[in-house]
Design a protein around this ligand. Sequence first.
Ligand code: F6R
Length: 591
Amino acid sequence: MCGIVGGVGKLNLREYLISGLKKLEYRGYDSAGIAYAEAGEVIVRKVAGRVVSLDAVVPNNIHPSVGIAHTRWATHGQPNSSNAHPHQSNNGLFTIVHNGVIENFRPLTHQLAVRGFHFASETDTEVIANLLERFYTRSGSVLEAIAQTCEAIEGSFACAIIFKDEPNRLYFMKKASPLLIGVCDDASLLASDPAPMVELTDRFIDLDDGDYGFLEVGKVQIFRNGRRIKPRFVARNVDLYKSDLGEYPHYMLKEIEEIPSVIKRLCENYFDEDHFLFNESMLECLRKAKQIHFLACGTSYYASKIGAKYLRPLGKDVLVSIASEWAYDPYDITEEPVFVLLSQSGETADLIRCQKIINDRGGISIAVTNTKGSTIERKATYSCLLYAGLEVAVASTKSYLAQVCFLLMLTGALRGDMMVMADIDRLCESLKDIIARKEEIHSLARHAHKVTDAFFVGRGLDYLASMEGALKLKEVAYVHAESYPGGELKHGPIALITQGTLVVGFVSDPEVASSIRNNFEELSSRGARMVVLSTASLQMPGDSFVTKDVKPYLASSALVMVSQYFAYYMALEKGLPIDKPRNLAKSVTVE
Ligand code: F6R
C-alpha cells in the first residue's frame, strides 16, 4: 500500500508534503518520512508511527527546492524507523520513496551485495535506490539509470526520486501502483492520488505503467520505452477529493452521516426526471449477457452480493467472486460473461489482477468505482462512478450504500422500472431518521462494548447485509464477529452460543421474518444476548432498534447503516483509533 507525495518549485514544500501525507494516511500509517534538498544537502527524517510524529521532528524553518515524503503500510520489514522511507543509495546520490512491492528484491539485493553494496533496512525498496546508483555509475545519466532500473525490477512501483546533484528536479517512475502529476504555475507535484494536490491545482497528468521522467518548475518530461511521450492532461473534479472533518470527531461518523446526500448525488448523476442516464451500449451489453460476474473484495464484495440478488430475477446467471480467489482460479461457466468490478478505491491489487486476466482474454468489464482516474476505472471497457466523495475513514461506509443503490438503479434501467427511484427516496428518509436517532444506537453499544465475540444473523438479503455489519465490527471495534444465515446456525455454530454471547439479528425481509424470529428464540434460550434490528412492519416487543419501513429489498441496507453506527460507537467506547484501525489501510494495493 503506502502513499507518496513529492514536489519541486516555489511553494511551501514542508506544508505541502506533511499535509499531503496526512491526506494519504488512509493508504497506511505504520511509519512516515520525508526527504528534501536544501543548501546542497539531502536531509532525511523518518519516524515509526503516524505523520503527526513526523511533523513534530521536521524543522519549521526549512526552504527546500525539492522534497518527497512517504506514509507506509509495512509489507517487508517491521514498521520501525529504519524501514521507514525515504531510502538512500549507498553513496547518498539517490533518495527515494516507493509504493508497491518488488518481487525479485532478494536476488537483486544479493547481486548488489556481491558488488559491495550494503543495506540498512529489511525493505524491498533499498534495492531500487542502489540499482539507480549502480546504473548511474555506469551510464552517467539519471534517466538511463531509471530506465534500466525499471527493466531490472519485477513487481509494482510508484517512486519519487531526488538526485542530489539536481536539486531543482524531481524524478519519478511508475508501474502498477498509482501515481499522478499535478502542474501549477510555479511548482510541479506528484502524489499517489489527487487529494494532496487539489488545493494547489486542477491540472493533472495521469501516468501509465512503464512511464518515468522528471518534473521541474514549468516542465514535465515523460518517457515510455525510451521515447519521450506527450503528457496527457486530465480534468478532475477537485471537490470530490476535498474532505475536512468540520465539527465531526471522526471521518467514519461524518461519512455515515453523508450517506443520504451521497445517494442523492448518485441519483442525480444516473437519473434525469424520467429516464436513466447509463451508457446505452453498456446496458445493451448487460442485456445480451447470459452471465454477469461480479468481482470485488471486502465491503465491495458484500455490496456485490446484494447487487446479484437484484439482477438475478432478470433471468441472468449472476456470479459473485472474491477477487483474490478468482484471480488464481479464473473459471467461468459461460464463455463470455460481462464482468462487473466493484471497488471504492479502484486501486485494489487483487481486482487489478483480475482485470488484467479479463483484458488479456478480450473480455468485457464494467468498473464501478468511487475514484476517477483510478487504474480499474481507466482499464475497464465501461466505467461508472459512485460520486460518493472522498472516503477517508479506513472502514467503508458511504461507499457501501452508494454501491447498493447504484446496482439497484442499474437493475431498474435494465428492467425499465423507474419505481426504484421512489424506493431509493424512501430509503433516504429512513436513513435520515436513523441519523436523528443515533444516540439510541450509541446506548446499545455502550451496553455491549465489553464483548469480544459477536454473531450476526439474518436470512436472505438480511443475511447478506449482516455480513457487512460483522465486517464493520471486526475492523473498527476489534470484536471477533461472524455472520451466519439463520438456518445454518443449527448445523454447527450454535455450539458457540453461551450465556451472554452477543447476537445481532437483522429482520427486514417479510418472507423470512417468522423463520428468523424462530432462530432468535433458539439463540435466546441458549443464553444469547440479542440485539435485534428490525423494520416498523416487522417489529416485535423487545427489538433493539426499529427503522422506518421501506421496500423490503432495500430495508436491509438501512440496517447496515445501523450496524455501521453500532461498530462506530463500540470502537468509541473502547477508545480505539476509529478512522485508522490497526493493521489496515484504505487502499489495498498489494495482493
Ligand atoms: C471494509 C473495507 C475493505 C474494502 C476492501 C475493498 O470497510 O474498507 O474491506 O472494502 O479492501 O476495497 P475497494 O472497494 O477499494 O476495492
